[in-house]
Design a protein around this ligand. Structure first.
Ligand SMILES: Cc1cc2nc3c(=O)[nH]c(=O)nc-3n(C[C@H](O)[C@H](O)[C@H](O)COP(=O)(O)O)c2cc1C
Length: 199
């Protein structure tokens, strides 16, 4: 299947087959794919938490608004978090990024109000969600992007202090009778003419 066909086929899974395991190699591939996500000035202000442990997944499911059932059914939950403690993140920048990137970040940081800087960092994490959704279907897996999570409670459950959960992605095999399957619910999008401009 080519990339267009994959994207046409991808849909937001609303029900999963809870008993069909994901081959571990696919999960390891997804980890590496998320690590390779591009970001502005290569700042990489993220943490991707892969939750396969059923008890931990169920705790998170309980604080996930209308997404509880999906998370309990899906075999994998990936939590996407952004650097929130900027002093702690400064150490990451100093220790893990090349000098040119570090200097660039320090310049941006010096001239940007903290709230704006945090918004900019969070935007980078959304790029990883796009990569993750596309990678999932390419790996033959279904997925659900979920902003419907209680961020503070996720942070408490995961014991996060330096990062803040922003959203999550359930991954697994969609249920055969999922009403949201592409064969049942066709893609709904604005028309090409209205969203694409060619000059
Ligand atoms: C950032 C983001 C957050 C979303 N949050 C949720 C969510 O909490 N629960 C859910 O069932 N779907 C969620 N969705 C799925 C969207 O509703 C869905 O992508 C959109 O309706 C298009 O449908 P499709 O993905 O099936 O093509 C989210 C999607 C994105 C990109």
């Amino acid at each position: 299947m080519n990339i267009l066909e994959l994207i046409q086929k991808r849909y937001t899974a609303k029900h999963y087959q809870s008993d069909k395991a994901i081959p571990q190699q696919k999960i390891e591939d997804l980890k590496e794919i998320l690590r390779l996500t591009p970001s502005s000035i290569n700042i990489q202000p993220w943490k991707f938490t892969f939750v396969q442990n059923p008890e931990m997944k169920s705790k998170l499911a309980a604080v996930s608004m209308h997404n509880t059932e999906k998370i309990n059914q899906a075999q994998l939950l990936v939590v996407f978090s952004v650097a929130d403690d900027l002093d702690a993140f400064q150490k990451v920048v100093e220790n893990e990024l090349p000098a040119a990137r570090r200097d660039w970040y320090n310049k941006i940081k010096a001239s940007t109000p903290e709230a704006e800087l945090k918004t900019w960092l969070a935007k980078q994490v959304y790029i990883a969600l796009g990569v993750g959704l596309t990678a999932s279907i390419a790996l033959g897996l279904d997925s659900t992007a979920m902003e419907g999570i209680e961020s503070d409670k996720y942070g408490d459950i995961l014991g996060m202090t330096e990062y803040k959960p922003l959203f999550a992605m359930a991954v697994g095999y969609g249920a055969e009778d999922d009403f949201n399957r592409i064969e049942v619910t066709p893609k709904s999008r604005r028309s090409l003419e209205n969203v694409i401009e060619t000059i």
